[in-house]
Design a binder for this molecule. Structure first.
Ligand SMILES: [Zn+2]
Ligand SMILES: [Zn+2]
Ligand SMILES: [Zn+2]
Length: 264
């Protein structure tokens, strides 16, 4: 299984527009400024591509979908698993139309009931198309995914998690890899589904506590609790200076970055 990190940033991305507008006066550790010169500090909105011999699976269609597909030269998408319906995870969907045309068939989209409802209301023109729309409409098919299922050679287990007040947010376990980009708390019933992982990819927003996301300290607590062979943090804000933080972490815990590609 090959995993490509298409985007590893929080909803603002890094660098943020806010820091540019304020001349980086309030930017912690000047990470947004460093991003201009050091590509590993640039973080587009969170998404990964999971590829096996039989399947090319995208998790979320981020707001930076188009740029991510071009940068990583993604040739094929069989399906998309959605974690939840927040803007940074769904608003790349319109651009999936290029793959629908090229592949000549509808692309399957999976998610919780709440997430599918959000997709329907956010993209009314896709799911209930008017008679004519210039520019084209993606051909997609939605499927409820709230219980374990198998797609080709990947066993998929939805992992319900708490992400502030949002209902229906879930990470996914794909064979022995888990991806949970947006989370504040993992309930005990989901923790049991995360045992024996080769790789845990989990939210790490910033240093200070946040109502909907894990702080670095909380992310570390989950890493030590679940003890995967390897842990990568994602969905980071501009608070996180990976060069400073990684020197304090054990070697099995690292910060992911855009373009990171690994085989499990
Ligand atoms: Zn997010
Ligand atoms: Zn900044
Ligand atoms: Zn979110």
């Amino acid at each position: 299984m090959q995993i490509t990190f298409l985007g590893t940033g929080t909803s603002h991305g890094v660098p943020t527009i806010d820091c540019m507008l304020n001349d980086h006066v309030h930017c912690p550790n000047q990470v947004c400024l460093k991003a201009a010169f050091q590509p590993r500090y640039r973080r587009t909105r969170a998404s990964i591509l999971v590829q096996t011999k039989k399947l090319s699976l995208l998790i979320d269609t981020s707001q930076d979908f188009r740029e991510q597909m071009l940068t990583n030269r993604v040739r094929h998408i069989d399906a998309v698993l959605y974690t939840h319906g927040h803007a940074d995870h769904i608003y790349g969907l319109p651009d999936i139309r290029s793959y629908c045309y090229h592949q000549g068939e509808a692309i399957n989209l999976y998610g919780s009931q709440e997430t599918l409802e959000t997709l329907h209301s956010a993209f009314h023109y896709i799911f209930e198309p008017p008679e004519f729309v210039g520019g084209g409409i993606p051909q997609v098919r939605t499927h409820l995914l709230e219980t374990p299922t198998t797609l080709a050679d990947i066993e998929i287990v939805p992992i319900p998690v708490e992400h502030g007040p949002l209902e229906g947010c879930q990470g996914y376990r794909l064979n022995d890899v888990a991806y949970i980009p947006d989370v504040k708390r993992i309930p005990p019933s989901s923790l049991t589904k995360l045992q024996g992982l080769d790789l845990l990819i989990i939210n790490c927003l910033r240093h200070r506590p946040h109502g909907s996301h894990l702080s670095l300290e909380e992310s570390l607590q989950y890493a030590y609790l679940l003890e995967p062979k390897r842990c990568l943090f994602t969905h980071m804000s501009h608070d996180i200076d990976y060069q400073v933080e990684e020197s304090r972490l054990p070697s099995w815990i690292r910060f992911a970055y855009d373009g990171l590609c690994l085989c499990i």
